[in-house]
Design a protein around this ligand. Structure first.
Ligand code: PLP
Length: 472
């Protein structure tokens, strides 16, 4: 492909994206594709001869679009929002176009320094103290893995440099709530703690971690000669956006010399609103914190913000400095390869930078308030409806509800009934939501927050849910 062809095709790609977004609302939100359906449209062997890109663009609509679930659709209410604003799309395009690899400062100083600028802006936006330094990771899963590895290394005086976890030292334990994201369990296992040393502590009626139970678990471990190593507080759990008591957990972490990691993957964005900051009171006492601008904020996947209070520890744990990576500037600059697991790094700061320039903090705040308001509205409708139940508080933008037909108390039947409602809505293509199970109860989970979702879509969803409940 030469420059001119790139120009020609590139314009077509941009037009295709804009056309796609313009008509997205008319497409079925959840892909109706069956397993193997997309794969069967492609040749089994690679092309022998080149020149096939123009034809591929034509095949986008025919072969790939049916296999796409439209995360930016105005009636996307599943999982958590993963918005990709136009501005961030342009940033990603520039990142790809520059093709720069930002593993070290020297390998593209702008990639490192714009990331420093953007992470500092994000710190200010969510109101973290200046003591926190930030770095971009691909996902919250990776950020939490980094946190637990650092917790392990701090507790063992950097044992990785000697016998690692094989020195026969006391077992290290990790604590999170039974509502913590699966990435916390995965990180604990990958970081070598072992499932036997992961405590998933019980939660209260609001689905938040119970401090009294946490304290008991810790005391039991200490009495048995184990060492409490890390506490993970979730601010905004995935099921219901429950808020763990960060300040209380910080006090326990401090008392036992344990690491406190805060997982605010979705809810971190809400802290751009001063009226939400009470939700993570005590956060300034955390050792590390992750939130995902690639969720509610609108920065296209993948962009996870990882903030730490002790970057020196992070770089001690993560750095390897073989001769071929060393440069004369190493003493004066950040080499972001030492701030996480991968060596190679994309220039992700571009998409966040453009997104922030486009929306401004006030634009972000207005959109967040709109979504909070819409979720509140839906919660109020559910509360006012006699045969609908709300199963969790709504501090943010997720509403967990279920339909209870008159006199129906049988959990099995309620499960089947509510699954059928969700399935009917999803199969209609008009909206997409995810059913979930909350402490044994089947719920329909409505997560508001796609960039294009307004009150009209939330009202339409409520109508659809009621109609589906009558029909199934
Ligand atoms: C979405 C989510 C995660 C995982 O995010 P990834 O970036 O996909 O790894 C972790 N924790 C919570 C609370 C989440 O909601």
């Amino acid at each position: 492909m030469d420059h001119d062809e790139f120009r020609r095709l590139g314009h077509r790609v941009i037009d295709w994206i804009a056309d796609y977004r313009e008509r997205m609302a008319t497409l079925p939100v959840m892909s109706p594709a069956k397993p193997g359906e997309v794969r069967s449209r492609f040749p089994a062997a690679p092309p022998a001869r080149g020149g096939g890109v123009p034809a591929a663009l034509a095949a986008l609509d025919r072969d790939l679009l049916p296999g796409i679930t439209h995360w930016n659709h105005p009636s996307f209410f599943a999982y958590f929002p993963a918005n990709a604003s136009y501005a961030s799309v342009l940033g990603d395009l520039l990142c790809a176009g520059l093709g720069a690899q930002g593993m070290s400062w020297q390998t593209s100083p702008a990639a490192t320094e714009l990331e420093e600028v953007v992470m500092e802006w994000l710190r200010q936006i969510v109101g973290l103290p200046a003591a926190f330094q930030g770095v971009v990771q691909d996902t919250a899963s990776t950020s939490t893995l980094c946190a637990l590895i650092c917790a392990r290394e701090r507790a063992t005086g950097l044992a990785q440099r000697h016998r690692g976890l094989q020195s026969g030292a006391p077992a290290l334990t990790v604590y999170a709530s039974d509502q913590a994201h699966s990435s916390v369990e995965k990180a604990a296992l990958l970081a070598g703690f072992g499932r036997d040393h992961l405590r998933l502590v019980g939660t209260d009626a609001q689905h938040a971690l119970r401090l009294d139970l946490l304290e008991k678990e810790i005391e039991k471990d200490v009495a048995a000669g184990r060492r409490p190593c890390a506490l993970v507080a979730t601010v905004g759990t995935t099921a219901t956006t429950a808020l763990d008591p960060v300040a209380g957990m910080a006090a326990l972490a401090e008392r036992h010399g344990a690491w406190l990691h805060v997982d605010a993957a979705l809810a971190g964005m809400a802290m751009a609103l001063p009226e939400c900051r009470w939700m993570w009171e005590g956060v300034e006492r955390a050792d590390s914190l992750v939130w995902n601008p690639h969720k509610w904020m609108g920065v296209g996947f993948d962009f996870s913000a990882y903030h730490v209070r002790d970057p020196e520890l992070l770089t001690s744990v993560m750095s390897t400095s073989p001769a071929y990576l060393r440069t004369a500037r190493d003493g004066e600059v950040r080499n972001l390869r030492d701030w996480g697991i991968p060596l190679g790094r994309r220039f992700r700061a571009l998409k966040a930078w453009l997104h922030l320039l486009d929306e401004g903090v006030e634009g972000l705040q207005a959109r967040l308030r709109r979504d909070l308001d819409n979720a509140r509205w839906l919660a109020d409708q559910v509360d006012a409806a006699r045969d609908w139940d709300r199963l969790a508080p709504v501090p943010l933008q997720t509403v967990c509800l279920r339909h209870i037909p008159t006199d129906q108390r049988d959990e099995k039947r309620l499960t089947a009934h509510n699954l059928a409602i969700a399935e009917r809505v999803n199969r209609s293509g008009k909206a997409y939501l995810t059913p979930s199970v909350l402490k044994g109860k089947q719920v329909i989970r409505v997560s508001v927050g796609a960039e294009a979702t307004g009150r009209a879509e939330v009202e339409a969803l409520w109508k659809m849910l009621k109609a589906a409940a009558r029909a199934v």
